[in-house]
Design a binder for this molecule. Structure first.
Ligand code: FMN
Length: 641
């Protein structure tokens, strides 16, 4: 039971109904047509589900500090009226919402804002294209004033609090770090001078919002940047912020350019709570722990242990807006858990697309993807219980259809069952658990080890059929590929073949990387990945690809790209041409993971018989192995029947 999670907490004069904040996420809906309406629907869905406080995505306090012209802003007087419908909608469902005051500093892009990029010093970030211009002392003061005016507008617009964004390597954090702040005026140099910008901002904000309005400060608890702020300085910074009348400290972890993963699936759950604890020990105001906390029971334990006063969950509210309601009602098994894949949230944001969620395509599409009960109950057969099929089955059943799902394998989940056994990817178990629970509770008939053929009685009974049979590994056309020591990646993931000492993987994409990690864990000594292209781990999103490459190197997996021709695959060696020279790599086992073909023959034959059939996911388009697309297509097709 939850003794603390749902125990109200008072922040200055504001009482929150639970100890969980929905962490700030820029989702990009505001830039869409009817953007405000979409954003309201997105937040309302979460606000009505026991969240203590929602923090919006970063709202720019001045145009040059914004993420882009379509990002949230709070620097124009119009912004006050603009945001009123949002705060009202959240209040109408008894929610509370804070606006995040944001300035990107050198993380801004001139191409997106139309302004010169500014920073404490003219030092370019390794992950951004623009060299920033150093702010003059006058401009620094103007920026402080901008934060203050922005806070005033936020209060006028009806927000319940403001959060000052001072972590993750954005402008304020650029001021606090000696790596990015090499000024020698009153805004740089000593630690005291480097944190002055943040303290002046808090002061200006307080002057503008009055004594009782809650100010949250998101401070960097750990920069994860070489030669940056020390732990000791971080604690002193927290104390100074407290003195400046900050009401609540939210502890951010790492910068965008950090070379240590901070939010990916491979970061263990609750990994960074001790960082918040260290700061909590230095101050007497409440402290929020953040990053990779995705389970309400863990959250309760963290609170009970006194490691933090509140919990921030960001992506878990994309995966399941009702995560807290489900916890409150003791229905943990119904929670659609955030697996920290980043594939539809952060990766989308970096591609300037709106954020959604791989395991919950309804996130960010609240207006579009509602569950509308069917007017005519039909018998639907779903063939293939991979990610697309199970989502289709879930939605169809929710809408009132009678659903049977069949799969020739012995478990639902399709290739999610491959992902879940890869070292560091066990979060996929949660997705399978979620769907198992939902299909059972919704009375979906699940037929495992059941291969559907055209004359199956289930086919005859069905009014409509969804084909979600996925893909088949593509066997590359190479000399020697039919040898008995050559297998497909499926054979490895399905444990039909043991690993050997020297393994060659043909392919260098996401599946090949997963395979390499799995084989390494199973004891393969020497693993070599071969491919024609030069870039390995292609197709993996921006937020995780760099870490995958780092892990490949760390695990000493050889990567040989730019192969122009494979010569032979013979026992004990694979030989090939690279840069006009012939090379050979020892191999007791060769595994191909170089693409896939749609498994769509059943679709064609059912169509020929005149059945009403739909096809989704890899069975429809196997150009990439893509659970995100499959689940999305399952969600869409199930709303059309
Ligand atoms: N943090 C901010 O402080 N401001 C932002 O605007 C912001 N935008 C984000 C957008 C997306 C799509 C995601 C996934 C994260 C964003 N974050 C932002 C970081 C989150 O607040 C949070 O620190 C991070 O997701 C780790 O917490 P989690 O594991 O609970 O998701």
């Amino acid at each position: 039971s939850y003794q603390l999670l749902f125990n109200p907490i008072k922040i200055n004069e504001l009482t929150l109904q639970s100890r969980v904040i929905m962490g700030s996420m820029h989702v990009g809906l505001e830039g869409e047509e009817n953007g405000l309406e979409k954003l309201i629907a997105f937040y309302k869905e979460r606000a009505k589900n026991k969240v203590g406080l929602i923090v919006t995505g970063g709202a720019a306090v001045c145009p040059e500090g914004s993420g882009g012209v379509h990002f949230m802003s709070i620097h124009k007087d119009d912004d006050v009226e603009y945001w009123k419908p949002l705060t009202k909608a959240v209040h109408d469902v008894d929610g509370k919402i804070a606006l995040q005051l944001f300035h990107a500093g050198r993380y801004a892009y001139k191409a997106l804002t139309g302004y010169d990029v500014v920073a404490p010093s003219a030092i370019q970030s390794p992950i951004n294209p623009d060299v920033p211009v150093a702010l003059t002392a006058e401009q620094v003061e103007a920026t402080v004033t901008a934060f203050g005016s922005a806070a005033k507008r936020a209060k006028q617009a009806g927000f319940d609090a403001v959060e000052i964004m001072g972590s993750e390597g954005y402008l304020i954090n650029q001021f606090t770090s000696p790596v990015t702040n090499q000024r020698d005026d009153e805004w740089g140099g000593s630690f005291e001078k480097r944190i002055r910008f943040s303290l002046e901002i808090v002061k200006a904000v307080r002057e503008n919002v009055g004594p009782t309005f809650p100010i949250i400060f998101r401070m960097s608890g750990l920069d994860l940047i070489e030669s940056s702020t020390s732990d000791e300085e971080t604690k002193r910074w927290a104390k100074e912020l407290e003195k400046m009348s900050v009401d609540l400290l939210n502890i951010g972890i790492g910068w965008h350019e950090s070379k240590v993963p901070t939010i990916s699936m491979k970061v263990p759950r609750n990994r960074f709570v001790p960082v918040a604890t260290a700061i909590k020990e230095a101050v007497s105001i409440p402290v929020i722990a953040s990053n990779r906390i995705n389970n309400p029971e863990d959250a309760e334990k963290i609170l009970q242990s006194g490691a933090a006063d509140m919990i921030s969950m960001a992506r878990p509210f994309l995966a399941d807006p009702a995560i807290l309601t489900k916890a409150y009602e003791q229905r943990l098994e119904d929670i659609n858990t955030c697996i920290a894949c980043n594939q539809a949230c952060l990766d989308h944001v970096f591609e300037l697309k709106t954020a959604s969620c791989l395991v919950n395509p309804e996130a960010g599409r609240e207006l579009e993807l509602q569950i509308v009960p069917t007017e005519r109950r039909k018998r639907i057969l779903v063939v293939g219980a991979g990610p697309g099929g199970i989502e289709a089955a879930r939605v169809l059943a929710l809408r009132g259809h009678s659903v049977t799902i069949a799969d020739q394998g012995d478990a639902i989940g399709g290739q999610l069952n491959f992902s879940r056994i890869v070292p560091g990817k066990s979060e996929f178990n949660e997705t399978i658990r979620y769907y198992n629970t939902q299909l059972r509770k919704l009375n979906v008939q699940v037929r495992l080890k059941h291969k559907i053929t055209t004359d199956d009685p289930l086919v005859h009974e069905a009014d409509e059929i969804i084909i979600s049979t996925g893909i088949l590994p593509r066997k590359p056309d190479l000399i020697g590929i039919d040898s008995d020591f050559v297998v497909s990646y499926k054979d490895i993931f399905e444990s039909r073949v043991e690993t050997k000492e020297n393994v060659v993987i043909i392919g260098g994409g996401g599946v090949a990387c997963d395979l390499a990690f799995l084989l390494k864990e199973k004891g393969a000594e020497n693993i070599t990945m071969l491919q024609r292209g030069k870039a390995f781990a292609r197709g993996i999103g921006k937020t995780t690809r760099w870490a995958t490459l780092m892990e490949l190197k760390m695990k000493k997996i050889r990567m040989i790209g730019g192969i122009s021709e494979y010569k032979t695959i013979k026992n004990n060696a694979v030989s090939f041409l690279q840069n006009g020279e012939e090379h050979s790599v020892p191999a007791d086992l060769v595994v191909y993971a170089s693409g896939q073909l749609p498994n769509n023959s059943l679709y064609a034959s059912l169509k020929a018989k005149g059945k009403q059939v739909h096809i989704i996911g890899g069975a429809k388009d196997a150009s990439e192995l893509d659970a995100k697309k499959a689940i999305y297509e399952g969600a869409i097709v199930a709303r059309k029947i």
